[in-house]
Write a protein that binds this ligand. Sequence first.
Ligand code: NDP
Length: 343
Amino acid sequence: QRVLLTGANGFLGSHILSELLNRGFFVRSVVRSQVKADQIARDFPSFKSKMDFGIVPDMTVSGAFNEVVKSTPPFDAVLHQASPFLFSAIGNNAEFLDPAVKGTTEILKSIKAYAPEVKRVIYTSSCAAVLNFNAPVGTTPQKVYTEDDWYPITYDEALAGSKADAYRASKKFAELAAWNFVKEEKPNFDLVCLNPPMIYGPLKHTVSNVEDINESNARIYSNFVDSSKDAPLPLNGVHMYVDVRDLAIAHVKAVTTPGAGGHRIIVSSKSISSQDISDIFRKNFPELEQRTPIGKPGTDSLPEGAYTISNEKVKKLLGLEFRSDEECFVDLGRQLLEIEKAS
Ligand code: NDP
C-alpha cells in the first residue's frame, strides 16, 4: 500500500513513518523544506526505495497540497498530523489556529479533487479536543472522559486566551473541520480521528540539542532532568499519557482496520503523576540524584478523584496494547541524558 504522511520529521511523525516502513508501506513524507526531507532520508537509510518526499512550505495557502497528493500508483490512505505544538515557536494565537484548521481543510480538499482513489484519511487530533480544561481535575464521582466529550471552548475565546487555550482549540477546530468536511463534501474517503493525551517516549528523529526537543518531552526534560532534588514537584498538566511507539502502532492499525472508518478514537494508556515520573527517574538514573525532584516517593501526587480517560474503544476496535510506564520513561530518560551530553 502507498500512503502519504504529513509532519513525518517530527516526534510522532518519525515513529509513524518507521512503523509504516517496517510494515512494508511505501510512504511519501510531506514536510516544509528540502532540508527536513534530507534529514528524514538520512534517518531512514535502508528504506530509500520505499519512500519519497513532498514539500509544502505553507499549508495554509489555498491549493497547498494539490501537487503532493498526486501519485502513480495512487495513494490508498493519507495520515495528516503536521500541526504546530512547539510553544516557543509561536508568536500569536493565530499561529496555532490557522495552520491546524486551514491545513486540515486544505489537505482534505486536495485529496477530494486530485486523489480520488484515497480510501481513508487519518487525522491526529488530541485529548486537548476532548478534555474540559475549565473543570476541576478531581471530582466525586470521578469524571471519565470518552469519545463523546469535546472541550467547550469557542474560536473567539481561543484567539483572545492563553497560548495553551489556542493550542487546545487548534486541535478541536481542526478535528471539527475534518468531520464537517466529510459530512458536507461526501468524498470517496472515510475519516478516522485519533485523540492521544500527552505523548512521551524516546525520539526517532535526529535531535542534537536540548533546545530542539519536542514540546511534550521538553517538559519532562525541564521538570525532571534539568531541575533539582529539592524543587517542588511540577504540577501535572494533563496527567494521562501514551507512549509514542504505541501511538504509532495505533496509526498503522487505523490504516489497516476496515471497521475503524468514521470513528473518533482516544488513544490513551493511563494516568501518570509527577511523583510517578520522579520515582522512575530516581530509581533508574543514579546520575539524577541531585536533579530530579524527590517529592514524597511512593505517594500519589494527583488530587483525589482525578479524572481519567477511557481507552476501551481503542483496545476493542484496534486491539491496541500499551507498554509499561518504566519502559516509556526509562527509554526517554536515557535519551534525554544523551542529548544533553551532546548539546
Ligand atoms: P512535533 O513538534 O515534533 O512535530 C510537529 C510536526 O508538525 C512537525 O513535522 C512540524 O514541522 C509540523 N508543523 C508544525 N507547525 C507547522 C506548520 N505551521 N505548518 C506545517 N507543519 C507544521 O510535535 P509532535 O510530534 O508532538 O506532534 C505531532 C502531532 O501530534 C500534532 O498534530 C500534535 O498536535 C499531536 N499531539 C501531540 C501531543 C504530544 O504530547 N506530543 C499530544 C496530543 C497530540 P516542522 O519541523 O517544519 O516544524
